[in-house]
Design a protein around this ligand. Structure first.
Ligand code: SF4
Length: 413
């Protein structure tokens, strides 16, 4: 085995295998739900999933499915199919892929299980509202819209009352579907497990503070799946406990995620799912480790507002103050705090054609980072699922030039 292969073997995260097993059995359970008299709810990635878990409803995430479609390089075809159905190519590629996939049961797992209900929370964007309305009509199932007002600067008392009221309506909606009352002791336990899972996820991400970092943002994109899909379960807590232990052992043994970490970068926006391998190798070859990202950390960003002894009240604020539901100044504050925490040398911003709320403020954030920390940033124009928006030669040239700039910056040239 060559040195490079030996390094690759050493750097591989062993918990990966367990994650694949859990995700496989989760999708099998969801796809056989009807046979087992279980109900399936499709829910947006930032939506309050805990009441579903407490009511024993299986949550399914079209966005997680979208990521799988992207990673399997099936995105362009499904997006083009949606365009043929009349949807604009400007529409988010998760929405396009999901809408067309539902009509043909396509994609890497032969489509998602049919939903019995839909839960849409607009704390990530406005696109999901229309997307879920389309799917509610297509599947002829009830849709619950959980409306979280945008937090330009603060979360007011009026906003809190407004969101809390919807939490009550949400529970009533689920009780109506299930024909039984919610068990509030069970709900309390699910809330506790949700927060424990988020705390563990934050700890996993924070192991990247170490030098060398035991994980890259590319690892985090992969290991994120459980905190998105199975938040509020013991399985998720157990998994992140195991992953954290593995990361801590790597830190103790000085094992870095890439063979020779010289430069540390922060990634902003969703991953480019169909180019994860190519990008991770490209950065690693330049001794550059993407140690953190604003995307995966969004699933523990609400922790500071949440209280396990008062889950419903505190979750109203935690869910409303999600990263994509904040004004640009607050987003920039989060980015600056991450720059300091993970001690990075620059910022890589994926200007994502699909995700407007993530991408519109990036040039402002880039300017603020330059002004306040003097750090350079690289903008990669692409799309998370639709490969037609990716130009390898252009991205490669930009990365090479950026790494050269970081090298010179660090050397004080
Ligand atoms: S527009 Fe962005 S936040 Fe909304 S569904 Fe698409 S990727 Fe997610």
């Amino acid at each position: 085995m060559s040195d490079i292969n030996l390094d690759k073997e050493k750097n591989k995260v062993k918990s990966e295998k367990r994650m694949r097993e859990i995700m496989t059995s989760y999708y099998i359970e969801a796809k056989t739900a009807e046979l087992n008299n279980r109900k399936v709810a499709w829910i947006t990635s930032g939506g309050p999933v805990e009441p579903l878990i407490a009511m024993d409803i299986i949550p399914v995430y079209p966005e997680n499915h979208g990521a799988m479609i992207g990673a399997s390089k099936m995105g362009s075809d499904l997006c083009a199919k949606a365009e043929g159905m009349g949807y604009s190519s400007d529409l988010c590629s998760y929405a396009r892929a999901d809408i067309s996939c539902a009509t043909v049961n396509g994609g890497p797992i032969g489509g998602l299980p049919k939903p019995d209900l839909l839960v849409c929370c607009n704390n990530i964007c406005g696109t999901v509202l229309k997307w879920y309305e389309v799917q509610a009509r297509y599947f002829k199932v009830p849709l619950f819209i959980f409306d979280t007002p945008f937090c330009h600067t603060e979360f007011s008392q009026e906003a809190k009352r407004y969101v809390l009221r919807q939490t009550e309506e949400y529970v009533l909606f689920l009780e109506g579907i299930m024909g039984r009352k919610m068990d509030h002791d069970r709900m309390k336990e699910v809330g506790r497990l949700s927060l424990e899972g988020q705390r563990l996820w934050q700890k996993v991400l924070d192991t990247a503070i170490n030098k060398p970092s035991p994980l890259t943002a590319f690892d985090a994109f992969f290991h994120l799946a459980l905190i998105v899909t199975l938040r509020g379960t013991q399985q998720t807590v157990d998994y992140y406990t195991m992953l954290l232990q593995e990361m801590e052992e790597r830190v103790k043994e000085g094992i870095g995620a890439i063979p020779h970490e010289k430069y540390r970068l922060l990634w902003d926006n969703l991953p480019i799912w169909y180019r994860m391998k190519w990008l991770s190798e490209k950065f690693a070859k330049n001794d550059t480790c993407l140690v953190a990202d604003t995307y995966t950390s969004a699933w523990c960003g609400g922790l500071k507002y949440m209280d396990e002894n008062d889950f419903f009240n505190s979750a109203a604020e935690g869910y409303t103050r999600s990263y994509l539901n904040l004004g640009v100044d607050q987003m920039a504050e989060i980015v600056l705090a991450m720059i300091d925490k993970y001690q990075v040398h620059g910022l890589v911003m994926h200007s994502n054609r699909s995700c407007k709320p993530y991408s519109f403020g990036q040039y402002d954030i880039q300017r603020i980072v330059k002004k306040k920390r003097g750090l350079p940033s690289l903008i990669i124009e692409a799309d998370m699922v639709d490969e037609r928006s990716f130009s390898e030669s252009q991205v490669e040239t930009r990365i090479d030039a950026f790494v050269e700039m970081i090298r010179e910056n660090k050397a004080g040239v």
